[in-house]
Each structure stands twice: as structure tokens, then as C-alpha cells.
Design a protein around this ligand. Structure first.
Ligand code: NAD
Length: 495
């Protein structure tokens, strides 16, 4: 873990103006537009980034296509791709301190989480993808001895990647390292609210020897740059993490252009179900509070609906509130801070609005409910627990993406399951019980991509992560992540 003195030495460093990265060159946007980048810590202007146009996206896609067709990466020795991806992982690990501080200044995640979750996990994911390069094979189909059925797995070509502002390095690594590992070229559009570390990673990719044109990065607005990528006739696959609203737009854009495959990792409203027979209710309360409020609740898998068995409700909620109130909120660059800032003023406003609506719908604020430290110019909000959240209420159904935990009670396992599945989402879930049979029944019954039992820990690259229902399709992480970026081709040969 980084030292506070190192953070203090790095946190005031000037940040250079940022440019687009196309065909191995850093360049201005074609209309020379610039976006200002503010820190959620104190509202200070950090720097500016190039604001790309649709014409810049065209140039980036053309560069990606040229590099793909040239074979410089797509048909290179697996050992070469493996070496470059490992080198990227090594360089990230060497620059952990610098990247961690830069990222926290840009997106407000507390350093306690950001250090491991951002550069740390990004490095691990590049190493994981590097290790998979020479372990992904085609197949031989079962046939009669008159036929040889060869199933090739080929890179799709040009992959467009659009990512959000929460954990930008982690999410970029999931998609970009997997797409590159199997030989694709990539055009990446980071969020306008957290692009600095993605550009830092791009510099590392260049330094590690990734050939020109294989990774291109276009910064700018979603409505212009993201939309141009989604509509582009020469992008083969689009991989996206972000909101359901934008996910829908991307599906439309695909349908209206070349019907590119679109993989979506969207929002969630994940249940955290606490049965009276949980092995350790005190531990469950502590983990539920600390686990949910990290990154101020801006985590797609955050279990934002606390479903508690009625018989233990009073004591359990008292413990959750005690642990929530004890969370140290403040400057995310301080190592003692346990919950940092909300990423941007727009999202801060959204959180306030959710609390107001919950109150108007009969919710009872047990703690928090208000913005904090407004005098700093930063976007902070108190850890908030709201009881009495009915299954028809806004807070039960809609993702806040902020530090607002809604509480609903149940009496039976059947009711708990119905509540758990009672939203449009299906991303994640947590179950606390010492009854092994019940744990398996809940895992089988909850329609979500990831379910944890008696734990809320980070799941590594060894297991897939993806959503059901309106939380998305396809998965990141694990060997299954590579399928998104590969085409099958069958050769049916008469012998
Ligand atoms: P967002 O959907 O507003 O933006 C995501 C990205 O899409 C940004 O890069 C943005 O510029 C771009 N975009 C915006 N409008 C676009 C358009 N018309 N066409 C193309 N691209 C466009 O989401 P956000 O506010 O950055 O992130 C928060 C959301 O992301 C939450 O809903 C959260 O649950 C979700 N999320 C999901 C996961 C997951 O793995 N399932 C992970 C992190 C975040």
C-alpha cells in the first residue's frame, strides 16, 4: 500500500494537457476542442483533454483497421502478444503510486479502495490476459472419418470500447486486455469524467511495444464520440460498461448501422439478504455497511437493497447504522478516509434527489441523508440508510449509484427470493445464512450474474462477471471473456 507521504508529494503535481492517441501518435482533436477536467475532491480544474469529433473517430477506426489487416498484431506470434501484455502489467505495477494518486484526483475514489482496485487490479488483469494468449484454441468437431471439421476462433477485427467513470482502469483492463490478447485492434473511448488514468495506461501500452494503430484512444463526449463509435460501419464489436440508458442507445445505433455485436455491462440494484440464521450477524452488519459504502456506493455490483429477516431487524439495523455512522468520509487522498467523493456534481445532485423522493414515498432516514463538506467545493455525501422501502418505491427499483442503502424486511425465504428478483436488474447479490441448503436454494433462485454467500469480497479474474435481465449480456473476466472478441469459423473438409 502507498504511504501518506508519497501521496502528499504526488497530489499537487501539475497534470499536462491531454491529447487523442491515434495510430501511435498523440494529437489534437480535428476541431481543436478541449474539455475541462475537474476534481471531485475540491472542484479544482486539473487540466483539459482533447474533445474528439466524429471525424476523429473515423480516423481512429481506419487506423485500427489498417493495423488489424497488416497482421502486425493480429497474426503475430502468440509469444509476442504475451510479452507485450505482461510488459504492460509490469509497467503499471511499477507506477502504481503515480497512477493511484492521479486516478483519485480525477474520480474521487478513496485511496483505501483505489490502490488495489484501480492500478492493482489493472496490472493483474493484463497479466491474466497475457497468460491466456497461448491457451485459447480452436476445436476439431466430432465427425465421421470422411470429414475433418475444424473450428477456427479468429479475432473479430476492430473492437470499440466505451467505459464509465467508476473504476476506469479496472474496467478498461477487463475489456481492452482481452480484446488485444486474441489479436484485435481497439478504439477506446473513456468517460469524460475520468479519462486521465486511461490515457496514462495508453502511454504504458505504447512504451511496452504495442504496435501503432492497435490501440487508439478518443476522448470527448458520449453523445458525439461514443455515438460515432457505436454507429461506425467498420467497428465489428462494441463492448460497453455504463448505464442502461446509454446501453439502449448503443443497441439502437448498432441496429441502425452495421448490426455490430454489442456487449453491455449495465447497472444493478443488487440485494443483500440477511437471514436470522447468518453465521455471524455482527460481522454481517459490519461487512454490509463497509462493503456497500466503499467508493461512495458507486460500484455496479454494490448491494444497495438490504433485505433483512423481520425477526432480527431491530438489532441488525442498529448495528448497520452504527457501522455506517463510523465510516470516515472525506478527502479520498487521505489514507484514513474510508469513503471519498461522488464523481461529479451531476451525480451528486442525483443522489440528493433519490433521498428526497424516498422521503416523499414514506422512507425513514436512519442515518445520513445530507451532503457533506460543501465548503470544500467537493462532492461529498453522508453514508445514508433508509428504512421502510416498499417494493413499489423508487429506491427499491432504481439504481442510485451513490451512498444510499434502502432497507426492506421479509418473513420467509420465499418472500426474500421474490424481493431479490423484484427489479429489472440481475447483476449481483449477497446471501447471509449458515444453512447450506438454503444458501444453494438462494444461489439457484436469484437471477443475477454473481452471488456471494457470507462474504462481500472482490472476485478475481478467475471467475466471469456479467449481468442478467437489464444488467447486460456477455461477461468480463475469466476465459469466457475472450469469446466476445472472437468469431467462430468452421472448415468442413471432405477427405
Ligand atoms: P453512462 O452510461 O452515462 O456513461 C458511460 C459511457 O458512455 C461514458 O464514456 C459516456 O461518455 C458514454 N456515453 C454517454 N452517452 C453516450 C451515447 N449517446 N452514445 C455512446 N456513448 C455514450 O454511465 P456513467 O454515468 O459513466 O457510469 C455509471 C453507470 O455505469 C451506472 O449505471 C453503473 O451501474 C454502470 N456501471 C456498470 C458496471 C458493470 O460492470 N455492470 C460497472 C461500472 C458501472
Amino acid at each position: 500500500m502507498i504511504e501518506q507521504a508519497t501521496i502528499d508529494a504526488l497530489k499537487t503535481q501539475a497534470i499536462a494537457e491531454q491529447h487523442l492517441f491515434i495510430d501511435g501518435k498523440w494529437q489534437e482533436a480535428s476541431e481543436r476542442g478541449r474539455d475541462e477536467i475537474y476534481s471531485p475532491i475540491d472542484g479544482a480544474l486539473l487540466t483539459t483533454a482533447a474533445s474528439a469529433t466524429a471525424a476523429d473517430v473515423d480516423v481512429a477506426v481506419a487506423a485500427a483497421r489498417r493495423s488489424f489487416e497488416s497482421g502486425v498484431w493480429s497474426r503475430s506470434e502468440p509469444a509476442f502478444r504475451k510479452r507485450v501484455l505482461h510488459k504492460i502489467g509490469d509497467l503499471i505495477a511499477e507506477r502504481m503510486d503515480h497512477m493511484a494518486v492521479l486516478g483519485v484526483r480525477d474520480n474521487g475514489t478513496e485511496m483505501q479502495m483505489a490502490y488495489g482496485a484501480e492500478p492493482g487490479s489493472c496490472a493483474q488483469t493484463f497479466h491474466h490476459s497475457a497468460e491466456c494468449v497461448d491457451k485459447i484454441y480452436g476445436e476439431i468437431a466430432p465427425t465421421s472419418d470422411k470429414i475433418l471439421g475444424l473450428v477456427h476462433r479468429n479475432p473479430v477485427g476492430v473492437v470499440g470500447v466505451i467505459i464509465p467513470w467508476n473504476t476506469p482502469l479496472m474496467i478498461t483492463a477487463w475489456k481492452v486486455s482481452a480484446a488485444l490478447a486474441v489479436g484485435n485492434s481497439v478504439v477506446l473511448k473513456p468517460s469524460e469524467d475520468a479519462c486521465l488514468n486511461v490515457l496514462e495506461l495508453t502511454r504504458i501500452c505504447q512504451e511496452a511495444g504495442l504496435p501503432d494503430g492497435v490501440l487508439n484512444v478518443v476522448t470527448g463526449s458520449g453523445a458525439i464520440v461514443g455515438d460515432a463509435l457505436a454507429r461506425h460501419m467498420d467497428v465489428d464489436v462494441l463492448a460497453f460498461t455504463g448505464s442502461g440508458r446509454v446501453g439502449r442507445l448503443l443497441l439502437e445505433a448498432s441496429a441502425q448501422s452495421n448490426m455490430k455485436r454489442v456487449y453491455l455491462e449495465l447497472g444493478g440494484k443488487s440485494p443483500n439478504i440477511v437471514f436470522a440464521d447468518a453465521p455471524d450477524l455482527d460481522m454481517a452488519a459490519a461487512v454490509s455497511a463497509k462493503g456497500f459504502f466503499k467508493n461512495a456506493g458507486q460500484v455496479c455490483v454494490a448491494p444497495s437493497r438490504l433485505l433483512v429477516e423481520e425477526s432480527i431487524k431491530d438489532d441488525f439495523l442498529a448495528a448497520v447504522v452504527k457501522h455506517s455512522q463510523a465510516i470516515q468520509v472525506g478527502d479520498p487522498l487521505s489514507l484514513t478516509t474510508q469513503m471519498g467523493a461522488i464523481n461529479n456534481p451531476r451525480q451528486h445532485q442525483t443522489v440528493k434527489q433519490f433521498v428526497a423522493t424516498a422521503l416523499s414515498e414514506g422512507g425513514d432516514v436512519l442515518c445520513g441523508g445530507t451532503p457533506l463538506f460543501e465548503e470544500t467545493g467537493g462532492t461529498y455525501f453522508a453514508p445514508t440508510v433508509i428504512d421502510g422501502v416498499g417494493r413499489e418505491s423508487n429506491l427499491f427499483k432504481e439504481e442510485v449509484f451513490g451512498p444510499v442503502l434502502g432497507v426492506t424486511t421479509f418473513k420467509t425465504e420465499e418472500e426474500a427470493l421474490a424481493l431479490a428478483n423484484g427489479t429489472q436488474y440481475g447483476l449481483a447479490g449477497v446471501v447471509w445464512t449458515a444453512n447450506l441448503s438454503r444458501a444453494h436454494r438462494m444461489v439457484a433462485g436469484i437471477n443475477s450474474g454473481v452471488i456471494q454467500v457470507n462474504s462481500m469480497s472482490r472476485i478475481g479474474n478467475e471467475a466471469p462477471m456479467g449481468g442478467m435481465k437489464q444488467s447486460g449480456n456477455g461477461v468480463d473476466k475469466s476465459l469466457h471473456a475472450f469469446d466476445k472478441y472472437l468469431d467462430y469459423k468452421t472448415a468442413w473438409i471432405h477427405l
